[in-house]
Design a protein around this ligand. Sequence first.
Ligand SMILES: CC(C)(COP(=O)(O)OP(=O)(O)OC[C@H]1O[C@@H](n2cnc3c(N)ncnc32)[C@H](O)[C@@H]1OP(=O)(O)O)[C@@H](O)C(=O)NCCC(=O)NCCS
Length: 201
Amino acid sequence: MHIIETERLILRSFREGDAADLFAYLRAPTTPCFLSLKLADLAEAEIEVGRRALDEGSVAICLKQTGRVIGDLFGGGEEGEEEDTASVGWNLNPQFGGQGYAFEAARALFDHLFRAKGFRRLYAYVEDHNTPSQRLCEKLGMRREGVFVEFVSFTNDDAGNPIYENTMQYAILRREWMSGALAMEQPPGMSGVAGAGTRCG
Ligand SMILES: CC(C)(COP(=O)(O)OP(=O)(O)OC[C@H]1O[C@@H](n2cnc3c(N)ncnc32)[C@H](O)[C@@H]1OP(=O)(O)O)[C@@H](O)C(=O)NCCC(=O)NCCS
């Protein structure tokens, strides 16, 4: 992906040198849906950074002030996308939570996915107990479209039985984003995408 700059952040692809920062928060994922991303050590983190570096839909969130990777976003990669619809998500190092960084980063990513990549619809799956992520979806103007009861399981209980999650789906359409207050100001000379549903870039 090309580099996106916001007031306090740089969004860019993962690259060599990011392993320690990624390991800092993926050594102990704080939410069940990211447990499968748990990294055992720095060597595993280096392999994961290499994998992410090749994934167009994987975005490192870097703090401008320090250059440090403080979390990541996903959305708009080739894998698993359905034509003009993309699944989006976020994961911040908890040390950097509660400062508006996730919102600042996701807002810029949404604008990029709608404007430059031409996605028509973005959606996010959020567990019913994950209120910080639900708040973020709502601040981004996403609509809660439904709750899938006992949709998925990421962990087992002590007896080995799956613990099922109730999963909400949030979504927003390109036309809603473009007519809303969060769409970012366009640099002069840029006219956005050729037409809804067109994936360029
Ligand atoms: C979900 C997650 C990304 C939300 O992160 P966050 O830091 O709470 O989200 P935001 O960037 O929107 O920041 C919001 C908070 O920053 C505060 N804030 C402080 N300074 C701010 C600023 N300059 N601008 C905006 N908000 C600011 C807001 O008041 C708000 O506080 P509140 O939550 O108490 O109301 C984070 O909790 C996370 O990574 N969780 C683990 C992974 C996860 O669950 N991912 C989602 C799976 S569905």
